[in-house]
Design a protein around this ligand. Structure first.
Ligand code: SAM
Length: 205
């Protein structure tokens, strides 16, 4: 069960995510792109509990160019979750939010999204539910990146993470860093914890 939405536990999970993500993205030189908007794609985002955290990390890393606007796109298979996210996150002067209901195996149907994202993020990837579809989702994430864009995944389980790392390498990703998240909060299932592993990839050149 995920933490209740808006609960102190959820906010602790996001605080922990913020800390590790900022550290790893900094190591990977995220967001060094002059004046162009910073573009974030959250794939299989569900209710997109992580949207605010991702935007906040991007804001903190956009460096000297504090006026660089942020474009956030969240997408998931499930209508109800996507609608819920769209209700909670509204565009403002700094950040535009768009939410799309789609099977992420077919993100290439959405040419309007472009292929210039600085970050494609998949929190709690579900590789164990189907190797073939998830490999395809990883390919689609890499496809949407700019040349120096980054694909980041987080995983609930050790073995599932290991398998996903292999699948992303096969899909054309080059691993920059992977870290076992020491502050990861344990869940009521053996070996499962929130953002237990976080890995950052670039596209193989
Ligand atoms: C473990 S949940 C993670 C949700 C969210 N990222 C989080 O960490 O709270 C996995 C998500 O993947 C979505 N999903 C599974 N297969 C998908 C697909 N083919 N296309 C898009 N979303 C998919 C599910 O609907 C679900 O929201």
């Amino acid at each position: 069960m995920p933490a209740a939405k808006g609960s102190p536990l959820e906010s602790l999970e996001n605080k922990n995510l913020h800390r590790i993500l900022k550290k790893l993205l900094q190591q990977a030189s995220f967001g060094q792109r002059g004046d162009a908007p910073l573009q974030l794609l959250d794939i299989a985002c569900g209710e997109c509990r992580e949207a605010e955290t991702l935007v906040q990390v991007a804001r903190e890393l956009r460096g000297e160019n504090q006026r660089q606007p942020i474009r956030f796109v969240g997408t998931d298979l499930r209508d109800r979750e996507v609608e819920d996210a769209a209700r909670r996150f509204r565009s403002n002067a700094d950040t535009t939010y768009d939410f799309i209901t789609e099977n992420a195996e077919h993100l290439d149907r959405h040419q309007e999204l472009g292929k210039d994202f600085d970050l494609a993020f998949i929190r709690h990837q579900n590789f164990w539910l189907g190797a073939t579809p998830w490999k395809r989702i990883f390919e689609q994430g890499l496809e949407k990146l700019s040349d120096d864009g980054l694909l980041v995944i987080t995983s609930y389980f050790d073995r599932e993470h290991e398998l996903a790392l292999g699948a992303i390498a096969e899909a054309g990703g080059e691993l920059i860093v992977t870290e076992r998240h020491q502050e990861s909060i344990h869940l009521a299932y053996p070996g499962k914890s929130v953002d237990r592993h976080v890995a950052v990839f670039r596209k193989k050149s």
